[in-house]
Design a protein around this ligand. Structure first.
Ligand SMILES: [Zn+2]
Length: 219
């Protein structure tokens, strides 16, 4: 529940915010000495329903983490693939699919913006057809669902948190990979690489994380 003041500034009416304690739908003219306050109720719950379904934009956030283990034959880790790039590193993700943490977060960002089922619901990790599956296929399916619902991606801002190896040399290629899959300009895709300052599992090289923020607009 919120309230906002409405006034005619040209008429010299002083306006200031007042505490919200009026019932929903109420409107009131409040006249303390020398001032006029026209207070109109705004039902944020109603706003959330109406605007959420008719708004021109939706924003989504995706997050993913994979544990990293030694790669075969020393251990069960898969090749380390991030943003469609295979990184030369002796440790890789434990995952049912190819474990591309950036693509997985990207899918959840798009699906989250539209309150659609997440990647785990779309592609269960106990389904045989998803074993070792190329995560590009997950992104392609997410994009198909976004477009089918009447939306398109405006821009993507992603952060990959990986102690080693550093992704700096290949992050522009990751950007291009994402832009190609989404059908948008590479200038609308950002990928940042961060370390975890040698702290916790990610900082000790035992995991990789990704955060992705996605902005959608109606087609
Ligand atoms: Zn994942």
């Amino acid at each position: 529940m919120g309230w906002f003041p409405v006034c005619d500034a040209a008429a010299g009416i002083r306006v200031r915010a007042v505490p919200a304690h009026f019932p929903s739908g109420a409107a009131s003219v409040y006249r303390p000495a020398g001032c006029l306050f026209l207070i109109k109720a705004r039902d944020d719950r109603e706003c959330g329903v109406k605007m959420g379904n008719s708004a021109a934009y939706r924003i989504g956030h995706g997050y993913d983490l994979h544990r990293l283990e030694d790669r075969a034959p020393a251990g069960p880790g898969r090749p380390l693939i991030v943003g469609g790039m295979t990184l030369d590193w002796p440790r890789g993700p434990i995952s049912h699919s190819d474990g591309d943490v950036l693509y997985h977060a990207l899918v959840d960002g798009m699906m989250g913006a539209l309150a659609m089922p997440d990647i785990g619901q779309m592609f269960p990790d106990n389904a045989a057809e998803n074993d070792g599956r190329d995560s590009r296929e997950f992104v392609i399916e997410a994009v198909r669902r976004v477009r089918e619902a009447g939306w398109c991606v405006i821009n993507v801002d992603a952060t990959v948190i990986l102690e080693k190896p550093r992704i700096g040399p290949v992050k522009d290629t990751m950007r291009a990979n994402i832009a190609g899959l989404l059908g948008i300009d590479v200038g609308a895709v950002n990928v940042k690489g961060k370390s975890h300052e040698r702290v916790d599992a990610v900082g000790e090289g035992r995991a990789v994380e990704a955060h992705v923020v996605v902005l959608l607009t109606r087609t």
